[in-house]
Design a protein around this ligand. Structure first.
Ligand SMILES: [Ca+2]
Length: 342
C-alpha cells in the first residue's frame, strides 16, 4: 500500500515536471513567434505602434567630468561611517589603475557589494560653491527619459541640479533642482506645485534629498513625469513628449554638504569633503515616435531608429518621399499613424 502511494506520488511529480517543461517550451515558442511586444506590424500585417526596448541609456556610455581627483595625485580622508574610512587618509591617483576614480566608473556595471566610483578633487583643491563640478552625458540622439538616478558614494550634495538638451546644440534646460537652499542657490521656491494651466515644463526644487545624512549610499531618483498632470494623457501631450526628450544630460554638482567644520580650513577636514558618485543611470527608450522597435548605428555610424511605417529620419520624425498622403504623426496605442502612399 505504502509502496503504491510512493509510486503514485512519484508519477504525479514526474507528470507535473513534464507539464511545467511543456508550458515553458510553449511560452518560449510563443515569444519567439511574436518577436516581442514591440513589433511594428501585427500578425495580419497591419501597422501598430512600436517602441525600442526600455534600457539604462547611460550604461557603458562615456560621461565627461569637468573635475576628477588624482590629476595631480591627492589625498582624501573619508568621514567615519563611509566605506574605507580609517585613521589614514587615502590616495587618488589618476595614473594608477588601483587608485583612480575616473568617470568611467559612473556607468560601469553596478555591483552594490563592491562598487566603483567617480570622485572629484576635494575641497582642499577649491571644489565648493560657487565652483561647480559638471558631469555631461551625451546620448547620441534623442531619447525619451523616464528617470535619472544617481547613487552617491559619499553624502549627497547640499545643492545639485539636472539639466537636459532637447536637441543637440540646443540650450540647456533645467530638469530638476535638489537643494537645502532652493531660493538662495537657485532662486527657486521650494516645492513642486503646478497651477492649473501652467506650463508643465518647469523644473521643481526640493530639499528632500539634500541632508548630509546618510554619509554614504544615498540615492536620488528624478522621475521626469512625476507631479505633471498631463502624464495621464501623455500621448496627447506634445508638451510632455518634448519634456521627456533629451539628447544630452548634465549633472551640475553645485554645493557640498559639510558639518560646518570646513570654516577652520584644516587641511584634513577639507580633504574629507568631495563629490563621489558610484552609479549614474538613465532609464528610457530611444525616441522613434512609435515607428521603430530598434535603434542602432546607421551607415554613417550615427545612432538612429530603424524606421518602419514608411517613415524616415533619425527619430522617424517624417514620412518617406511618396508617402505623404497625410501629415506625419506619432504612432499611438490607438493608431499607428503610418505614412501612406499618394
Ligand atoms: Ca560604478
Amino acid at each position: 500500500m505504502a509502496v503504491s502511494r510512493v509510486l503514485s506520488c512519484l508519477t504525479t511529480a514526474v507528470l507535473m515536471a513534464l507539464v511545467s517543461l511543456v508550458v515553458l517550451v510553449m511560452l518560449e515558442a510563443h515569444c519567439a513567434a511574436c518577436a516581442g511586444m514591440g513589433s511594428c506590424y501585427d500578425g495580419a500585417g497591419r501597422a501598430q505602434r512600436c517602441l525600442p526596448e526600455f534600457e539604462n541609456a547611460a550604461f557603458g556610455r562615456h560621461v565627461e567630468a569637468s573635475h576628477t581627483c588624482g590629476r595631480p595625485p591627492e589625498d582624501f580622508c573619508p568621514h567615519v561611517g563611509t566605506p574605507g574610512a580609517g585613521p589614514q587618509c587615502q590616495r587618488c591617483d589618476d595614473a594608477d589603475p588601483q587608485l583612480r576614480h575616473d568617470a568611467s566608473y559612473l556607468t560601469d556595471f553596478h555591483n552594490p557589494d563592491d562598487s566603483t566610483w567617480w570622485q572629484s578633487p576635494s575641497m582642499a583643491f577649491g571644489v565648493q560653491y560657487p565652483t561647480s563640478v559638471n558631469l555631461t552625458l551625451r546620448l547620441g540622439k534623442a531619447y525619451e527619459i523616464t528617470y535619472v538616478r544617481l547613487k552617491f558614494h559619499t553624502s549627497r550634495p547640499e545643492s545639485f541640479a539636472i539639466y537636459k538638451r532637447t536637441h543637440t546644440s540646443g540650450p540647456w534646460e533645467p530638469y530638476q533642482y535638489y537643494s537645502a537652499s532652493c531660493q538662495k542657490t537657485y532662486g527657486r521656491p521650494e516645492g513642486h506645485y503646478l497651477w492649473p494651466g501652467e506650463d508643465e515644463r518647469v523644473a521643481f526644487c526640493t530639499s528632500e534629498f539634500s541632508d548630509i545624512s546618510p554619509l554614504n549610499g544615498g540615492n536620488v531618483a528624478f522621475s521626469t513625469l512625476e507631479g505633471r498632470p498631463s502624464a495621464y494623457s501623455f500621448e496627447e501631450s506634445p508638451v510632455l513628449q518634448e519634456w521627456v526628450t533629451s539628447t544630452e544630460l548634465l549633472i551640475s554638482l553645485d554645493r557640498l554638504n559639510t558639518f560646518g567644520d570646513d570654516i577652520f580650513k584644516d587641511p584634513r577636514v577639507l580633504q574629507s569633503y568631495y563629490y563621489a558618485v558610484s552609479d549614474f543611470s538613465v532609464g528610457g527608450r530611444c525616441k522613434c515616435n512609435g515607428h521603430a522597435n530598434e535603434c542602432g548605428p546607421n551607415e554613417a555610424g550615427q545612432l538612429a531608429c530603424h524606421c518602419q511605417h514608411n517613415t524616415t529620419g533619425v527619430d522617424c520624425e517624417r514620412c518617406l518621399p511618396f508617402f505623404q498622403d497625410r501629415p506625419w504623426a506619432r504612432g499611438t496605442a490607438e493608431d499607428a499613424n503610418e505614412c501612406l502612399r499618394f
